[in-house]
Design a protein around this ligand. Structure first.
Ligand SMILES: Nc1ncnc2c1ncn2[C@@H]1O[C@H](COP(=O)(O)OP(=O)(O)OP(=O)(O)O)[C@@H](O)[C@H]1O
Ligand SMILES: [Mg+2]
Length: 231
């Protein structure tokens, strides 16, 4: 049987931030793989390198050393156009802790933004479909301040969905939410993963949310200290 190629291979990745004479070793050599269709959590103390790793996975930043292969292709060797293509049009959707919604625009208009950036026309139906996928079919014309925190984060997830990504990267998506709203967001991720085959990697400090996933990668001081597939 042919071995399926992993979606992502991270090999001996380091990240050093240089600030004048100071070198901050944010990642000290991490290696792991992500298979298509997986959902897992990244945990670890503040400053352990979680966001640094997410930025590299999302091709928003590049490793100092080591290799990052996305579908077998070395991200460091991609040109700017190809990188922009990956971020804007396909493959990877992002969800952030503070939602990053534009306050004066409706949920629907917020979800339409990536399509506008990607130069796609006739995207309205896809945006409506994405909002329905996150359970907000009845809130499309609400502005962010007319929505609960959990609903705002679900708008942000719908915005990440409109370009049909195969991977969603969420950096502390429940960090600004109470536990009920956080659970609401987790249920959406679980549904997208189980029923739409979207690979999901999320950072959390909350063991209850991480417990929804089979695998947890734990970082400490820029190293993976455990990578457990629970059975
Ligand atoms: N742009 C930057 N320039 C310099 N140092 C940075 C930069 N970004 C992060 N760092 C440093 O790298 C280390 C890892 O930061 P990172 O943001 O990845 O941590 P984190 O695990 O996401 O923490 P938190 O849980 O607080 O979000 C920290 O020591 C941080 O101060
Ligand atoms: Mg962080």
């Amino acid at each position: 049987m042919a071995q399926e190629q992993p979606l992502i291979v991270v090999r001996n990745v380091t990240k050093v931030y240089r600030m004048g004479n100071l070198a901050v070793h944010a990642l000290r050599g991490v290696s792991f793989q992500i298979c298509a269709g997986e959902m897992f959590a990244i945990m670890g103390p503040s400053g352990s390198g979680k966001s640094t790793l997410m930025n590299i996975l999302g091709a928003l930043d590049v490793p100092t050393e080591g290799t990052y292969l996305l579908e077998g292709q070395d991200v460091a060797k991609m040109d700017a156009n190809r990188l922009a293509d990956i971020r804007n049009r396909k493959k990877i959707g992002f969800v952030f802790q503070n939602f990053n919604l534009l306050p004066r625009m409706s949920a629907l208009a917020n979800v339409e933004l990536p399509l506008i950036y990607a130069g796609a026309s006739r995207g309205r139906e896809r945006c409506v479909a994405a909002l329905k996928m996150v359970g907000l079919g009845d809130r499309m014309h609400h502005r962010p301040n007319e929505l609960s925190g959990g609903q705002q984060q679900r708008v942000a997830i719908a915005r990440a969905l409109v370009n049909s990504p195969s991977l969603i990267l969420a950096d502390e998506p429940t960090g600004n939410l109470d536990s009920a709203a956080g659970e609401e967001v987790m249920r959406v991720f679980l549904d997208l993963n189980a029923n739409h085959g979207i690979t999901i990697v999320f950072v959390t400090h909350e063991p209850l949310f991480a417990a929804h996933t089979r695998r947890i990668i734990r970082l400490q001081d820029g190293l993976i200290v455990s990578d457990e597939p629970k059975l």
